[in-house]
Design a protein around this ligand. Structure first.
Ligand SMILES: Cc1cc2nc3c(=O)[nH]c(=O)nc-3n(C[C@H](O)[C@H](O)[C@H](O)COP(=O)(O)OP(=O)(O)OC[C@H]3O[C@@H](n4cnc5c(N)ncnc54)[C@H](O)[C@@H]3O)c2cc1C
Length: 445
């Protein structure tokens, strides 16, 4: 009786906490910014204290933005730093796969923007950015406008359903609401967790999109953990993973070993499955050659740079990833050293991960701070990717990767100094939680 255990208890207590957090927080609010602020918000200044120095505004309180706000202030304490974020509560994407199967509780993932701002001496402005005038250096939000000397945009990603053949907005919304990807924090994760609670057997479908998607190992980690949960709870379920790539994109030996040794008969891995169409009513995902039927699913479509960048005219719309048009070394918008884009919205082919965004933000905070003091940074510094993936629940075992990047003579980027740890161990399982605690501490304390 899977529904009687600790899991159900946590579900009850957890959902009350989530409901109250979500109610006042915007966690459950849908979607992206409108293109223009309401007239009143456009005409009035935001209710913020007067700047006490050159103002650096950071948009987006995710892994890049939180790190950027803290380290801008550290690098140049004279900067008056404001972090704009539309959510009121931080909920972590990293470790959320563990939460789906009760390996951690919701408190582990949830953090306060207020604590981050208070501990690091900047202002948290709970608002949605809707427009930008780079000539007058003015940002428009749904809570009024504010002016900047430097602006760092860290808005993350959006989904591109058209890239998996879903052109009809009605079908897209059925997918967003009924089979959410779970790659943007908040309601999507809550929905997937509830789906697992209610799942009584059959096919649970997951997908890996084409291109450079957010968190390369996360869909494989999720596959392992859902399979492990089915095993533990004796659910007659199967996880089908449709991968647009010809093979597992990272830590492939470790994931293949888990699929074959731990989840034979539970996980079915189908590489080179390019989704051409999804029918949310019939619950069918199709490639050119094959139709796959599912009972429930979390469908991860292609990733693109946040739509906000497109609205602001800062996205490269010729590229299928639609990411920011920026200088690849120092992240400033081409021709404008006052505006930067950092984090998963960047076009450089770094791994779209929290650790990468955190380390990149520290590098670029140095660049912005130097420029705010009339100096410059001339040497590019590589971001650092560290990524643990839990592949088994009992015992909790993980594999990991540690990597940097290098610039090739032709200006392209490649992985560098890659260390793969593909043998699953309980010590790495423990290190996964320690890694997350360290990063939360870095952003919030
Ligand atoms: C399931 C899952 C597992 C993962 N596991 C790992 C892992 O183990 N290790 C790891 O390193 N990474 C992991 N990641 C990846 C990591 O979460 C992302 O790479 C990281 O969040 C990117 O940071 P970001 O700041 O660019 O974007 P985000 O963290 O998405 O932050 C963007 C922020 O901008 C805000 N925003 C956007 N538009 C506006 C607007 N108009 N006005 C106001 N605010 C706005 C959003 O609300 C959001 O808070 C995982 C991701 C997922 C989904």
């Amino acid at each position: 009786m899977k529904k009687l255990s600790r899991r159900n208890f946590i579900k009850l207590s957890g959902s009350a906490a989530v409901a109250s957090a979500a109610a006042g927080s915007g966690l459950l609010a849908p979607g992206t910014a409108a293109a223009k602020a309401p007239a009143v918000a456009r005409s009035r200044a935001a209710d913020l204290p007067k700047p006490k120095g050159p103002r650096a505004v950071v948009l987006g309180g995710g892994w890049a933005g939180l790190t950027m706000a803290k380290y801008l202030k550290k690098e140049n304490p004279k900067l008056d730093v404001v972090l704009i974020e539309k959510r009121a509560t931080f909920m972590s994407c990293p470790i959320s796969n563990l939460w789906l199967v009760d390996l951690v509780d919701l408190e582990f993932l949830s953090h306060s923007f207020l604590d981050a701002a208070r501990n690091n001496n900047y202002l948290f402005f709970n608002a949605t950015m809707v427009d930008l005038d780079r000539d007058s250096r003015r940002i428009y939000t749904d809570q009024g406008h504010l002016d900047y000397d430097f602006l760092v945009l860290c808005p993350g990603i959006d989904y591109n359903y058209k890239a998996i053949g879903v052109e009809d907005p009605e079908a897209e919304y059925k997918l967003r609401q009924n089979y959410p990807a779970g790659f943007m924090p908040g309601s999507e994760h809550l929905s997937i967790r509830n789906k697992l609670e209610d799942f009584d057997g059959g096919v649970f479908l997951l997908t890996v999109p084409a291109g450079n998607y957010r968190c390369l190992p996360a869909p494989y980690e999720r596959t392992c953990l859902i399979a492990s949960y089915f095993k533990k709870e004796k659910i007659k379920g199967k996880v089908i993973l449709l991968d647009a790539h010809p093979d597992i994109t990272i830590k492939k030996d470790g994931f293949h070993a888990a699929f074959n040794e731990l989840y034979k008969g539970i996980v079915e891995y189908k590489p080179s499955f390019e989704i051409k169409h999804v029918d949310p009513d019939k619950k069918v995902v199709s490639s050119e050659f094959e139709d796959i039927k599912f009972d429930d699913a979390a469908i991860y479509p292609r990733v693109r740079g946040a739509k906000l960048l497109e609205y602001l005219g800062l996205a490269d719309m010729k590229n299928p990833q639609m990411e920011a048009k920026i200088d690849p070394l120092f992240n400033n918008v081409v021709g404008d050293k006052r505006v930067y884009v950092v984090g998963d919205a960047r076009p450089m082919p770094y791994s779209k991960s929290g650790n990468t965004s955190n380390s990149e933000a520290k590098n670029i905070a140095k660049v912005v701070a130097a420029r705010s003091m009339g100096k410059d940074v001339t040497k590019w510094a590589s971001p650092h990717t560290v990524c643990y993936s839990v592949v088994n629940m009992e015992p909790m075992e993980a594999i990991s990767v540690d990597a940097y990047y290098k610039r090739n003579p032709d200006g392209s980027f490649a992985f560098d100094r890659v260390k793969l740890f593909e043998k699953r161990t309980a010590a790495r399982g423990q290190a996964t939680l320690e890694w997350a605690e360290g990063l939360y501490r870095d952003m919030f304390s």
